[in-house]
Write a protein that binds this ligand. Sequence first.
Ligand code: 13P
Ligand code: 13P
Ligand code: MG
Ligand code: MG
Ligand code: MG
Length: 379
Amino acid sequence: ERVTISVIKADVGGLCGHTEAPEELLDVCDYVLEEAVDEILIDYYVTRCGDDINLIMTHRLGIDNEKIHGLAWRAFEEATKVAKELKLYGAGQDLLAEAFSGNVRGMGPGCAEMEFVERPSEPVIVFCCDKTDPSVFNLPLYRIFADPFNTAGLVYDKSMINGFKFDVLDVIENKQITLKAPEESYQLLALIGNLERYCIKRVHRAKDNEIAAVVSSEKLNLIAGRYVGKDDPVAIVRAQSGMPAVGEVLEAFATPHFVPGWMRGCHWGPLMPVSEEDARPARFDGPPRIMALGFQISNGKLIGPNDLFDDVSFNRAREKALEMADMIRRMGPFQPHRLPEAMMEYTSVPEVLAELKERFVETEKVEKAEKLRERGEIE
Ligand code: 13P
Ligand code: 13P
Ligand code: MG
Ligand code: MG
Ligand code: MG
């Protein structure tokens, strides 16, 4: 039987600043979703990564379903009411539309959904991030589904040996392309290595086109046309039995990489894999975090979660991420800690620079004036 897993997320307020969505907000979401169980939902799990609330839902209505999206929107709206009462920071931050109109995409919340026939055993990992954007998954998804030095199963498992197909979005031109690894892995890297423009949206197994991974790839700032925080994406990855093993999926996060986000969405910072408990970014509003919740889906029910990064084997990755943080923090407002100009377009920095624009003078004019002054022809 087909089952859909929908992960819909939004930041509707933090305690304090952008640190954490408090229990009060999660309780409201829990209440709203509980009411929907048996009616439209089979099961759900509410959590938060930093100041972002993640609604993990299973149902039989397929992806992009108005009832499911409407339910998530209502949960976030109700949570926003409480956030406003408590005067939490950025109350309602990611709800960019006045009212719900059919689908949360384009309205602020992030959304990753996949529909599949439940396998005899269906392990699924839900990744939730804070203080970063959807391109955060480019490198790890490549490692998981295209790099045999990460994923042994690409070499050892007959159902994976034909590789995987990657749907890549051009977030600026709103176009997409599908590339297949291993045959086109260099072309794939040529695109996804550019985090300014390209982001992986979906991965399918080449053998049978079975869905393997999906990322929430909506660009909050492009929707809002101004800086309203980072997207703080989520992703769903299926594991085992013809897909990468759970440990192969997680291995991609064992050596932290630099991702855009962190303080004011203006900085490169290391992606630190953390437990649910530790997903409360504080230092310089970060460093960017990712948590991994493992579920077994059983007749649509979410069995779990297993908090997968809550494992000592990721301690070194965390230490490494903190060393990387110390190192790059020393750069302060200088590149390469600070993001390149194009990635700063939707932050508050262009406003600061705009004021300086009229004070710029042609160097040639300055030089001419200096010469005239030297000759005493002007003051
Ligand atoms: P177990 O023997 O612990 O089930 O491990 C099987 C396996 O394939 C681990 O990658
Ligand atoms: P969020 O997107 O997590 O709200 O972060 C905003 C920010 O500016 C952090 O410094
Ligand atoms: Mg926030
Ligand atoms: Mg956030
Ligand atoms: Mg955000």
